[in-house]
Design a protein around this ligand. Structure first.
Ligand code: 13P
Ligand code: SF4
Length: 308
């Protein structure tokens, strides 16, 4: 049911979006009302690909800071708006460029792979970037690399190691939201829904991953949900994704592994803030040219590997 508030805001946003020649990109964890107004909803990889290809003048990025920065890295001539400039990613903040430079000195010659959940400055210090959708492919492409330093998510790093058999040096970062999902949550739900498939995000702890039928990026989860014959699916990731899952699959039931798996930063963006950002053309996220060029090399390498 669309409320009077929503329909009035949506009308104003759409008008202004047209006037500004803007595109609205939203991550799968955004509030339902934000997902519904977006031109495109996707995972980090898809959103960076969309940003790279758009011919809009303005990108309204409904996600968190590192995602808007990635758009700025790929589209220096466009205005990138993040409707709430406090929407950060605590995991991305667990590695700083200075901390990474120090670690690199301890590991001369190491190849640095950064998860896209990292600042532009950290990307600028890295050799190649990856997302949860292409991490295995990126690591497998690094044939012959001696030491691989993976930042900042130790759990994604651990999962990649288990799938590729490659040992890496793992930065001790983590996603507080995904760590709220515990193995006992899955075990309990499996007892309640014995026919259900269990799909989790690779940011989950290894004990949770061990109980999953599939480990996928957010858009991977959405594609799996469309294809599976299962009528019940236990979903181990941030609960915002349930909106897309319900919308696209009316006959199926999606059960969040934990109602506590909420990313407060993703929920900072609202229709009001999208409207204000288009009115004010702010807050803008702009990466300096010096950092952008270095960071772009790591992002471009990732996008290139994805094509192969
Ligand atoms: P995806 O790239 O799978 O959408 O994940 C992004 C993210 O922030 C997960 O917490
Ligand atoms: Fe960062 Fe976790 Fe939120 Fe994703 S869910 S944006 S990794 S804090």
């Amino acid at each position: 049911m669309v409320t009077v508030r929503e329909s009035s805001l949506v009308g104003r946003i759409l008008k202004l979006k047209k006037a500004r020649n803007a595109v609205i990109l939203a991550h799968n964890y955004q509030l339902g009302e934000v997902q519904d107004i977006a031109d495109f909803v996707g995972d980090s990889l898809e959103l960076s690909q969309k940003a790279a290809r758009t011919d809009a003048d303005v990108i309204v990025f409904c996600g968190v800071h590192f995602m808007a920065e990635t758009a700025s890295i790929l589209c220096p001539d466009k205005v990138v708006l993040l409707p709430d400039d406090h929407a950060g990613c605590p995991m991305a903040d667990m590695v700083t460029a200075e901390g990474l430079r120090q670690k690199k000195q301890e590991l001369p010659g190491a190849t640095v792979v950064c998860y896209i959940n990292s600042s532009a400055e950290v990307k600028a210090e890295s050799n190649v970037c990856c997302t949860s959708a292409n991490a295995i492919k990126v690591i497998e492409s690094l044939d012959g690399a001696h030491d691989i330093l993976f930042v900042p998510d130790q759990y994604l790093g651990h999962y990649i190691e288990s799938r590729t058999g490659k040992k890496m040096i793992l930065w001790p970062g983590f996603c507080p939201t995904h760590l709220r999902i515990l193995p006992q949550h899955i075990v309990r739900l499996k007892q309640e829904y014995p026919q259900a498939k269990v799909i989790v995000h690779p940011e989950c702890r290894p004990e949770v991953i061990a109980l999953a039928d599939e480990v996928l990026s957010t858009s991977g989860i959405i594609k799996f949900a469309q294809k599976t014959e299962a009528k019940e699916v236990i979903v181990g990731t941030e609960i915002g994704i349930i909106h897309q899952l319900n919308k696209g699959n009316p006959g199926k039931r999606f059960i969040p592994a934990s109602e506590q798996a909420v990313c407060p930063n993703m929920k900072r963006i609202s229709l009001e803030k999208i409207l204000w950002s288009l009115e004010e053309m702010s807050p803008e996220v702009k990466v300096s040219e010096e950092i952008r060029l270095k960071a772009k090399s790591a992002v471009d390498k990732m996008l290139e590997i994805g094509k192969g």
